[in-house]
Design a binder for this molecule. Structure first.
Ligand SMILES: Cc1cc2nc3c(=O)[nH]c(=O)nc-3n(C[C@H](O)[C@H](O)[C@H](O)COP(=O)(O)O)c2cc1C
Length: 236
């Protein structure tokens, strides 16, 4: 990996050679807030596994992420970034086995596959096969387990980590990085905790997110259900 980073306000995602050394440029796409919010997709097939991700750009995204709200401003979140190839391989293996558990549970409900479901499933399979190739695997964590906890406690725990996690993903998008929130490794959360020495009894993992530069930076707004099916005024 390169030592020197140049921060450029340009969509150029390449690297350049200077004094015989390859220098990667951290990138800022300068998207508007609305553009970032509407084009941060779950990126799987367009993750560039061959381009390293600098620790500086991860730190930059995390500085933004920790501006998110947290219950009682406790900020009792933790962010684990894994770059070690053996650990990534092990995590990817846990994810693959976790996915098998999830898919076995969903077998019946997925019998009637829509075209959209088929597309997502195919893309998910690609990520399952390639998770280990992402240069960085990100595991957001929160203090306090919610297993069998009352709903208010659950909301406080998940609500403290999810906004920060999503802010990280948005900040990453604006720097040419792609991410995809996944949760299926949590079927085997304890095994991942052992691998990464996370104190399982006190700390809950929230997801497993590959982080990599994207192939191209043009991502589109997604088609969603019409607002009429989810929007309620004054009453349900
Ligand atoms: C709570 C949650 C869990 C998810 N788990 C997975 C997962 O395990 N594997 C995966 O490939 N994508 C996962 N996704 C990504 C969704 O498939 C994706 O958000 C959805 O298809 C919409 O696509 P978009 O994010 O590009 O708009 C998850 C998303 C959320 C919000």
């Amino acid at each position: 990996m390169t030592s020197a980073l140049t921060h450029v306000a340009s969509p150029d995602l390449g690297s350049r050679v200077e004094n015989g050394k390859e220098r990667y440029m951290t990138v800022h796409l300068n998207l508007t807030a609305d553009e970032v919010l509407t084009t941060t997709r779950s990126v799987r097939k367009r993750l560039d596994f061959d381009r390293p991700v600098e620790s500086d750009v991860i730190r930059e995204c995390l500085e933004i992420a920790v501006q998110a709200p947290s219950a009682s401003n406790r900020q009792d979140w933790h962010f684990i970034f894994v770059t070690d190839p053996e650990k990534r391989q092990h995590l990817a293996d846990i994810y693959r086995r976790g996915a098998e558990i999830s898919y076995a549970q969903r077998e019946n409900e997925d019998l009637a596959f829509s075209e959209e479901k088929r597309r997502v499933r195919e893309s998910s399979q690609y990520l399952i096969a390639n998770m280990h190739r992402a240069p960085v695997l990100f595991i957001p964590c929160i203090e306090g387990r919610t297993d069998n906890a009352p709903i208010a406690r659950q909301s406080s725990r998940w609500g403290t980590i999810v906004p920060a996690m999503w802010s990280f993903m948005l900040a990453a998008r604006n720097r040419g990085l792609g991410t995809c929130l996944t949760t299926m490794h949590l079927n085997l959360e304890q095994e991942a905790a052992e691998l990464l020495e996370i104190p399982y009894a006190e700390i809950m993992q929230v997801g497993l997110i590959p982080v990599a530069y994207t192939k191209g930076t043009d991502f589109k707004q997604a088609k969603r259900q019409p607002l009429e099916s989810v929007l309620h005024w004054e009453r349900w």
